[in-house]
Design a protein around this ligand. Structure first.
Ligand code: NA7
Length: 287
């Protein structure tokens, strides 16, 4: 698809905002919709059009991209009062980039098919920084012919876009990645606390880790957050709880899986809106 394709964008949260900006920068005509209208102002200033409802948005565009919180939000957007399914349209593509269950993707894909619409799940790995620099990794589930049509658009948002299988496969791949992310984040926090309780300052341990075989960009980023006591969400802790629950629903009943869900769930009431590395603060309590 050329950049004359009219794009509709739903969801201007922490991720959707910078991701949709990449498409404006690439020269696409973008129309945005966000449930709370205040978040549309920034995109409007950058040249986006706005639509007052999802129904109006899909009527005016060719490809609709969704980046919202969870299964409930997806259901509301498709099936709500002025939802996508209320529009009398066909032959459009809906790409759902939210991290949601494979089950809701399969359900919405079937309903789309009945209306001659195409559905693709295409969640992303990476958070705000990668969204701002178009360095996301995108894993798509759906027909190869649909993927080929939206690939040029996805490649404006990410550094890699791969079709990993049928509808729902993108969601399953994303849940596997975020499962490891949760283990790693909790593991890093526990290691830093163990060292600290034995007289090794976090900055000292993180310097060692950064030069060891286990060094990686994620450790550097989250290590800096710990050292600088800076827990503003790039990926909120409440969202990793959501993802671990979705992983459990598709079979994550392993020892680490159960422990991670229990820990992040317990931390969420106090730290849910902070970054997931705030698990460090939760585990470090009482020191
Ligand atoms: P944010 O910053 O929490 O943004 C969430 C977005 O989802 C925001 O635009 C919300 O609209 C929208 N939302 C949430 N619930 C609904 C309902 N019910 N209807 C319509 N819109 C809704 O999340 P991120 O951008 O960090 O993450 C988005 C996804 O990427 C998520 O799946 C993560 O796991 C990964 P609002 O502004 O509240 O009106």
């Amino acid at each position: 698809m050329s950049n004359t394709t009219k794009i509709g964008w739903i969801g201007l949260g922490l991720m959707g905002n910078p991701m949709s900006q990449q498409l404006l920068k690439a020269g696409y005509a973008v129309t945005v919709y966000n449930r709370h209208k205040d978040k549309e102002a920034g995109l409007k200033e950058l040249g986006a059009n706005t639509a007052s409802t999802p129904k109006e948005l899909i009527e005016q565009t060719d490809v609709v991209i969704i980046m919202v919180t969870d299964d409930k939000a997806i259901r509301d957007l498709f099936e709500g009062e002025n939802g996508l399914f209320k529009a009398d349209v066909s032959h459009k593509i809906v790409v759902n980039m939210s991290t949601v269950s494979p089950a809701i993707s399969k359900e919405m894909a079937a309903l789309c098919k009945a209306k001659d619409l195409q559905y693709m799940d295409a969640p992303v790995s990476g958070s705000v920084k990668q969204a701002e620099t178009a360095q996301l990794v995108i894993m798509a589930g759906g027909d190869a012919t649909v993927f080929e049509q939206v690939q040029p658009i996805l490649e404006k948002i990410g550094k890699l876009a791969v079709n990993v299988g049928a509808v729902g496969a993108g969601n399953a791949a994303k849940l596997a990645i975020n499962t490891l992310l949760s283990f790693y984040t909790q593991g890093l926090a526990e290691a830093v606390i163990l060292a600290k309780n034995n007289g090794i300052a976090p900055a000292v341990l993180l310097n060692l880790l950064g030069n060891a075989a286990i060094a990686n960009p994620y450790t550097k980023l989250k290590g800096e957050a710990i050292v600088n006591d800076s827990f503003t969400a790039a990926f909120s802790l409440k969202n990793i709880v959501k993802d671990l629950k979705l992983s459990r629903d598709i079979g994550l009943t392993t020892p680490l899986g159960e422990a991670a869900l229990k820990t992040f769930e317990a931390a969420a009431p106090e730290h849910g809106d902070e970054d997931l590395i705030a698990i460090y603060k939760y585990l470090n309590k009482g020191e």
